[in-house]
Design a protein around this ligand. Structure first.
Ligand code: NAI
Length: 333
């Protein structure tokens, strides 16, 4: 059975090839993204595999249905890139990998925080040029400071525990709080306003929904402490980018670290080093000395890639054997 895999990168291949071979699935690696324009390349395939920046809107799903596709396997946890209502109406099932390695993302958030705070990226470049001065590299002790975690699911919980281990005081917000877990660790849930106004470091781990879109906006940015750090490894649109740029220009924030961006499509995961960057907001963000951006690499560990390929392939193999029960992986509107 052949399964087209869109937006394929070199690091995907070994894991999907190995798991596919064991399950009798031959992945067809397409370097381009899936959109309504490229959907015809799925013709004759029952199943396809996509990633975070494929555009699986109604138009694309209609073309997929016409091409004979019955199932779309997301090799990621988030599913905001899919029009689930259209998928249901067209009879296309959508599955994902709900948990592959929450540690990978939480640890990347820590890497971003430590880099932002201690400016190791700037120190590294300086020292390579034999500039051994320390001017402009002052950070602060995380120990004793307050971290606010927005979204205490799998990733947020792990990050909260790591930062608690640093000696930080933890504030949590989640509309579905796990007080049993928090109480056992002497951490506290607080209203979102309090989290914004009390935290020295805020890290976002909520899914992107209509409710969480622009959760960080001009109003909530105003509530934040002067000099606070904002970390986003969740989804780009959790932050209103122009409002963030405004806050950075006013020197309201100490620093911002982003692994995700509002408009990643066509930019993140691509080598544009020989090209012109057309996204002015992204270019502006990159111009601030206290903004650190990585290109959606929170998931990028061997452990996570291996688990993503294993779970995706197992579920596809089960579906292709006509076993319709795909535990915990199905997403629906
Ligand atoms: P999860 O589903 O385990 O946890 C999400 C938590 O957010 C839940 O506890 C939920 O109740 C909470 N939540 C829902 N609405 C909220 C709101 N309005 N405010 C605050 N919290 C809210 O998800 P997990 O695995 O922890 O992942 C979190 C997010 O991280 C994903 O939705 C995805 O967007 C992102 N992610 C990023 C990756 C990267 O490579 N940068 C990789 C994997 C996930």
């Amino acid at each position: 059975m052949q399964v087209p895999l869109y937006d394929a990168k070199s690091y995907d291949r070994p894991f999907f090839e190995k798991n596919g071979a064991e399950a009798g699935i031959s992945y067809l690696f397409h370097p381009f993204r899936l959109t309504a324009e490229t959907a015809a390349t799925a013709a004759g395939s029952t199943a396809i595999c996509v990633f975070v920046n494929d555009v699986i809107d109604r138009l694309c799903l209609t073309a997929l249905a016409e091409a004979g596709v019955k199932i779309v396997a997301l090799r990621c946890a988030g599913f905001n890139q899919v029009d689930l209502t259209a998928a249901r109406e067209l009879g296309i099932r959508v599955i994902r990998v709900p948990a592959y390695s929450p540690h990978a993302v939480a640890e990347h958030a820590v890497a971003l925080l430590l880099t932002l705070n201690r400016k190791t990226h700037r120190a590294y470049n300086r020292v390579r040029e034999h500039n051994f001065s320390l001017d402009g590299l002052v950070g602060f002790d995380l120990h004793g400071r307050t971290a606010g975690i927005v979204g205490t699911g799998k990733i947020g919980k792990i990050l909260a525990e790591i930062l608690h281990g640093f000696g930080m005081s933890i504030r949590l917000y989640d509309p579905k709080p796990d007080t049993h877990w928090a109480d056992a660790r002497r951490m506290h849930y607080v209203p979102l306003d309090e989290l914004f106004s009390q935290s020295d470091v805020i890290s976002l781990h909520a899914p992107l929904t209509t409710e969480t879109r622009h959760l960080v906006n001009a109003h909530t940015l105003d509530m934040m402490k002067e000099g606070a750090y904002l970390i986003n490894t969740g989804r780009g649109a959790l932050i209103d980018t122009p409002a963030l740029i405004g806050a950075l220009k006013r020197k309201k924030l100490g620093g911002v670290a982003l692994d995700v961006y509002e408009v990643e499509e066509g930019i993140f995961f691509e080598d544009l080093s020989q090209d012109v960057l057309h996204d002015d907001d992204l270019a502006r963000l990159l111009s601030f000395p206290n903004v650190l951006i990585t290109s959606h690499q929170g998931f990028l560990t061997e452990d996570a890639l291996s688990e993503i390929a294993r779970v995706t392939t197992e579920n596809l193999a089960r579906f292709l054997r006509n076993d319709c029960f795909l535990p915990n992986t199905e997403v629906s509107s």
